[in-house]
Every structure is written in C-alpha cells, then in structure tokens.
Design a protein around this ligand. Structure first.
Ligand SMILES: C[S@@+](CC[C@H](N)C(=O)[O-])C[C@H]1O[C@@H](n2cnc3c(N)ncnc32)[C@H](O)[C@@H]1O
Length: 281
C-alpha cells in the first residue's frame, strides 16, 4: 500500500487530543473513585469518544443484534470505551484496532483497571491494512472515526475481508450531505484531521462493490448537530486543563477548528448516519 502522509497526521492529532486516558482517570478520581475501585460502570461515563455516549453504543448493539458468541472488531477503537461497554453488556469478545499507539496503550490500561482484559484486547494498526486473517470476525463496528481515513474504498475492502460470510458491519460516520468546497475540506483536515468525508451514496457503492449488502441507514444529522454544540461547550470547559497540558495556542487552534466543524452541521452541509451492511454468505 502506498504511504499516505495524512495517516501520520491523524496519529499525531490523537497523541495531542484533549481527551486522553490520563484525562479520563483524572475525571474518575475527581468523583472520589480510587484506582483499585474502577469498574466499567464508572468508566463508561467518561471514555466514549463518539457522539451520544453509551446510548449510541446501545443503538449500534441493537441494530447489530450482538450476542455473547460474537467475535467483534472495533475498527478505530480509540480509548476502548465502546469495546469495553459491548463486552461488559453482552459477554462477547472484542478486539479493538487503532492506529495511535498512545490510544492503544491507554485503552489497554483502562481495560485492565475495569477487569475486562480477558475479553477485550487492543491491537495497534492501520484500518487500511488490518493485521488480521480473513474471515476472523462476526461483527465489525466503528464510531465517528472513518472520516479520518483516506481511501475509504480500501477501508470497506478490509472490513469485508475480515468478516466471516454473513458477518455484519455496523458503524456511524461523519458524512457530507451537500457539496463540500475545497476550502471547507482543507479546513476540516487542518483543524480536525478529517482526511476524506464520504456520502451515504459513496458507502452504498463501496459496500456493493465488496460483496456486501446494505441493510439500513439511520440518519443522525439532526441529533448530531445538537450533540456537537454540547461537545464544543464541553471542550471549552476543559480549557484550563488543555492549556496546562498542551498550551494556549493548541487550545485556540482546536477551538477554532471545532467552531468551523459545528458550523457545517448547522448549515446542513455535514451530517451523519448509522450504516448497517452484511457480507454475503
Ligand atoms: C474519534 S476517535 C473514536 C474512538 C472510538 N470509536 C470511540 O467511539 O470511543 C477516532 C479514532 O480513530 C483512530 N484512527 C484514525 N485513523 C485510523 C486508521 N487509519 N486506522 C486505525 N485507527 C484510526 C484514531 O487513532 C482515534 O483513536
């Protein structure tokens, strides 16, 4: 696979993201919970790096009809919040794949603290060249991460490859609903490291080209516009912590980029959806 510098830029972005394992542990400690008393019930209020928290994982889980026997792959697992929640709620085994080493380390540490390491593991790697055998998983999932990935046709090929026949791929992603100007796309990459934003039509074509069938698309655009406004306020509330950890310039650059991103939702140019596809038998 040819080298794409956008991948390294995404990794660097997540090494310096305002939400980190360290920040999650600080939030847990501020609730008076000692390290040795951390459980999944405590962590799940702090470790979900997508829109809608555990309720969004519940919706994905219901859409995919997850059972204890599922072998799940969370493609772009971040700090592992959805992976742990899914394993804790259903008893299934989950492998999380993430590009960013600091995310994989943080996710592994949090999983050990929550006592879920026997069922949830994290692997460092690029979703465009997954380090897994073909037909390894019964379900692939992902939340609010694929907009970072360039060459999404390759991402879809990889997801189809690692799924067993009949396996489901259920994910949510940031999508374009209208034409995105080159200038907006440039700003989205500069500020948020979104490498390529796809549309529902793009995904439909890629799914069909890779031996999968589209089951359902649930439009989440309105819900996400509201959530993003709240999230922006939450990042602003972390100003003191972020400035202390990463400096004022970093905080202001991120804040400005988020403002532009949320603005595109308010204009109806960006949106989002939960997409469910199945690999043919
Ligand atoms: C917004 S976070 C989402 C994390 C997780 N899905 C959640 O909901 O908590 C996006 C994650 O995608 C990862 N990522 C981005 N591009 C990737 C790639 N090409 N391969 C694997 N992981 C990637 C980043 O390292 C980051 O941890």
């Amino acid at each position: 696979m040819t080298h794409d510098p956008r991948i390294e830029a995404v990794e660097h972005f997540y090494d310096f993201h305002p939400i980190s394992a360290q920040q999650i542990l600080a939030a847990v400690a501020s609730r008076g919970v000692r390290l040795q008393d951390i459980t999944e019930e405590v962590l799940q209020h702090h470790d979900q790096d997508h829109y809608g928290g555990t309720a969004a994982v519940d919706r994905l889980m219901a859409e995919a009809v997850v059972i204890a026997h599922d072998e799940v792959l969370d493609v772009c697992s971040g700090m592992g919040g959805p992976a742990r929640y899914l394993a804790w709620k259903t008893g299934c085994r989950v492998t999380g794949l993430d590009l960013t080493q600091s995310r994989v380390q943080g996710a592994t540490e949090l999983t050990q603290l929550a006592g879920l390491a026997d069922r949830v593991r994290f692997v460092e790697g690029n979703a465009l060249a997954m380090p897994f055998e073909s037909a390894s998983f019964t379900l692939a999932m992902g939340q609010e991460a694929y907009a970072h990935i360039p060459n999404k046709a390759q991402l879809v090929r990889e997801c189809a490859r690692v799924l067993r026949p009949g396996g489901r791929w259920v994910f949510s992603d940031i999508l374009k609903r209208e034409h995105l100007t080159d200038e907006d796309a440039r700003q989205l990459f500069d500020g948020m490291r979104f490498s390529e934003i796809a549309s529902v039509e793009d995904y439909t074509a890629w799914v069909q080209a890779n031996g999968m069938r589209l089951v359902r698309v649930v439009d989440l655009s309105e819900e996400w516009t509201r959530i993003l406004l709240e999230r922006h306020a939450m990042y602003r509330s972390l100003e003191a912590q972020t400035v202390q950890r990463l400096g004022r310039e970093h905080f202001e650059r991120y804040d400005h980029a988020y403002e532009h991103f949320v603005g595109l939702y308010q204009l109806g140019i960006l949106g989002g959806a939960l997409i469910h596809a199945v690999r043919d038998q």
